[in-house]
Design a protein around this ligand. Structure first.
Ligand SMILES: [Zn+2]
Ligand SMILES: [Zn+2]
Length: 162
Protein backbone atom coordinates (compact mmCIF):
# COMPACT_ATOMS: atom_id res chain seq x y z
CA UNK A 1 0.00 0.00 0.00
CA UNK A 2 1.45 3.32 -1.12
CA UNK A 3 0.95 5.99 1.50
CA UNK A 4 2.32 9.28 2.76
CA UNK A 5 5.23 7.58 4.55
CA UNK A 6 6.31 5.74 1.46
CA UNK A 7 6.10 8.94 -0.59
CA UNK A 8 8.30 10.69 1.99
CA UNK A 9 10.75 7.81 1.96
CA UNK A 10 11.03 7.88 -1.82
CA UNK A 11 11.42 11.65 -1.83
CA UNK A 12 14.21 11.45 0.77
CA UNK A 13 16.00 8.84 -1.30
CA UNK A 14 15.67 11.00 -4.42
CA UNK A 15 16.97 14.07 -2.58
CA UNK A 16 19.90 12.07 -1.15
CA UNK A 17 20.81 10.69 -4.55
CA UNK A 18 20.83 14.19 -5.99
CA UNK A 19 22.70 15.88 -3.19
CA UNK A 20 19.63 17.84 -2.06
CA UNK A 21 18.39 18.41 1.46
CA UNK A 22 15.21 16.97 2.89
CA UNK A 23 13.91 20.12 4.56
CA UNK A 24 10.97 20.32 6.96
CA UNK A 25 9.08 22.44 4.41
CA UNK A 26 9.58 19.93 1.62
CA UNK A 27 8.36 17.16 3.89
CA UNK A 28 5.31 19.16 4.98
CA UNK A 29 4.37 19.95 1.37
CA UNK A 30 4.78 16.29 0.40
CA UNK A 31 2.69 15.14 3.35
CA UNK A 32 -0.13 17.52 2.42
CA UNK A 33 0.09 16.65 -1.28
CA UNK A 34 -0.25 12.93 -0.51
CA UNK A 35 -2.93 13.34 2.14
CA UNK A 36 -5.53 10.68 1.26
CA UNK A 37 -8.35 13.12 2.09
CA UNK A 38 -7.32 15.26 -0.86
CA UNK A 39 -6.23 12.50 -3.17
CA UNK A 40 -8.61 13.37 -6.00
CA UNK A 41 -8.27 17.13 -5.95
CA UNK A 42 -5.68 17.71 -8.68
CA UNK A 43 -4.34 20.90 -7.08
CA UNK A 44 -2.61 23.69 -8.97
CA UNK A 45 0.45 25.29 -7.34
CA UNK A 46 -1.91 27.97 -6.01
CA UNK A 47 -4.35 25.39 -4.53
CA UNK A 48 -1.56 23.54 -2.78
CA UNK A 49 -0.05 26.81 -1.59
CA UNK A 50 -3.31 27.76 0.14
CA UNK A 51 -3.59 24.34 1.74
CA UNK A 52 0.02 24.36 3.00
CA UNK A 53 -0.26 27.94 4.26
CA UNK A 54 -3.04 26.86 6.60
CA UNK A 55 -0.51 24.70 8.41
CA UNK A 56 2.62 26.79 8.02
CA UNK A 57 2.25 30.41 6.88
CA UNK A 58 6.02 30.69 6.42
CA UNK A 59 6.08 28.44 3.36
CA UNK A 60 6.35 30.59 0.23
CA UNK A 61 4.74 30.08 -3.15
CA UNK A 62 8.12 29.51 -4.81
CA UNK A 63 8.89 26.69 -2.36
CA UNK A 64 5.62 24.98 -3.27
CA UNK A 65 6.41 25.38 -6.96
CA UNK A 66 9.92 24.00 -6.61
CA UNK A 67 8.85 21.13 -4.36
CA UNK A 68 6.17 20.06 -6.84
CA UNK A 69 8.82 20.11 -9.53
CA UNK A 70 11.03 17.90 -7.35
CA UNK A 71 8.13 15.49 -6.83
CA UNK A 72 7.63 15.33 -10.60
CA UNK A 73 11.35 14.74 -11.17
CA UNK A 74 11.32 12.04 -8.48
CA UNK A 75 8.43 10.29 -10.26
CA UNK A 76 6.05 10.98 -7.39
CA UNK A 77 3.73 13.46 -9.10
CA UNK A 78 2.18 13.90 -12.51
CA UNK A 79 1.56 17.34 -13.97
CA UNK A 80 -1.30 17.81 -16.39
CA UNK A 81 -3.49 20.31 -18.12
CA UNK A 82 -7.08 19.54 -17.32
CA UNK A 83 -9.53 21.98 -18.77
CA UNK A 84 -8.36 25.30 -17.44
CA UNK A 85 -5.03 26.83 -18.33
CA UNK A 86 -3.31 25.86 -15.12
CA UNK A 87 -0.96 22.97 -14.64
CA UNK A 88 -2.47 20.65 -12.06
CA UNK A 89 -0.68 17.95 -10.12
CA UNK A 90 -1.63 14.59 -8.73
CA UNK A 91 0.24 11.87 -6.88
CA UNK A 92 1.86 9.25 -9.10
CA UNK A 93 0.98 6.02 -7.34
CA UNK A 94 2.87 2.93 -8.54
CA UNK A 95 0.58 0.36 -10.12
CA UNK A 96 -2.36 2.74 -10.23
CA UNK A 97 -3.69 4.42 -13.34
CA UNK A 98 -6.77 6.42 -14.22
CA UNK A 99 -7.90 8.87 -16.84
CA UNK A 100 -9.95 12.03 -16.48
CA UNK A 101 -13.32 13.42 -17.45
CA UNK A 102 -13.76 17.17 -17.10
CA UNK A 103 -17.25 18.53 -16.45
CA UNK A 104 -17.58 21.57 -18.73
CA UNK A 105 -20.49 22.83 -16.63
CA UNK A 106 -18.50 23.33 -13.43
CA UNK A 107 -14.88 22.39 -14.21
CA UNK A 108 -14.86 19.38 -11.88
CA UNK A 109 -12.25 16.75 -12.69
CA UNK A 110 -13.60 13.22 -12.40
CA UNK A 111 -11.55 10.05 -12.58
CA UNK A 112 -12.29 6.80 -14.36
CA UNK A 113 -10.65 3.52 -15.31
CA UNK A 114 -11.56 1.61 -18.43
CA UNK A 115 -9.60 -1.49 -19.36
CA UNK A 116 -10.86 -1.57 -22.93
CA UNK A 117 -9.56 1.95 -23.63
CA UNK A 118 -6.21 1.02 -22.10
CA UNK A 119 -5.97 -2.09 -24.29
CA UNK A 120 -6.96 -0.18 -27.43
CA UNK A 121 -4.27 2.41 -26.84
CA UNK A 122 -1.69 -0.36 -26.56
CA UNK A 123 -2.81 -1.88 -29.81
CA UNK A 124 -2.85 1.46 -31.66
CA UNK A 125 0.72 2.12 -30.54
CA UNK A 126 1.77 -1.40 -31.51
CA UNK A 127 0.16 -1.07 -34.94
CA UNK A 128 2.23 2.06 -35.49
CA UNK A 129 5.41 0.28 -34.39
CA UNK A 130 5.65 1.73 -30.90
CA UNK A 131 5.82 0.34 -27.41
CA UNK A 132 3.44 2.46 -25.40
CA UNK A 133 5.28 4.13 -22.52
CA UNK A 134 2.63 6.49 -21.27
CA UNK A 135 -0.51 8.32 -22.28
CA UNK A 136 -2.78 11.10 -21.21
CA UNK A 137 -6.42 11.12 -22.08
CA UNK A 138 -8.95 13.70 -21.01
CA UNK A 139 -12.64 13.59 -21.91
CA UNK A 140 -14.68 16.79 -21.80
CA UNK A 141 -18.43 16.93 -21.57
CA UNK A 142 -21.52 18.51 -20.15
CA UNK A 143 -23.46 16.33 -17.72
CA UNK A 144 -27.17 15.55 -18.15
CA UNK A 145 -27.67 16.22 -14.45
CA UNK A 146 -25.28 18.12 -12.17
CA UNK A 147 -22.14 16.01 -11.80
CA UNK A 148 -20.88 14.70 -8.47
CA UNK A 149 -19.02 17.94 -7.65
CA UNK A 150 -20.79 20.17 -5.09
CA UNK A 151 -20.18 23.31 -7.19
CA UNK A 152 -22.11 21.73 -10.08
CA UNK A 153 -25.33 21.68 -8.08
CA UNK A 154 -25.03 25.38 -7.30
CA UNK A 155 -24.40 26.48 -10.87
CA UNK A 156 -27.31 28.48 -12.28
CA UNK A 157 -28.63 26.54 -15.27
CA UNK A 158 -28.62 29.67 -17.44
CA UNK A 159 -24.88 30.37 -17.14
CA UNK A 160 -23.03 30.42 -20.48
CA UNK A 161 -20.95 27.41 -21.48
CA UNK A 162 -17.19 27.86 -21.73
ZN1 LIG B 1 -6.62 12.10 -11.36
ZN1 LIG C 1 -20.03 19.43 -12.84
Amino acid sequence: MFDVDEALERLTRYLDDNGLKSTAQRRLITRIFFDPKHRQEHPSVEDLYLRVRDQDPKVGYATIYRTLKLLVDAGLANPSRLGDNQTRYEPDVPGEHHDHLVCTACGAILEFEEDRIEALQESVAKRMGFNLANHRMVLYGEPDDPCTAPQCERRPSTSPQP
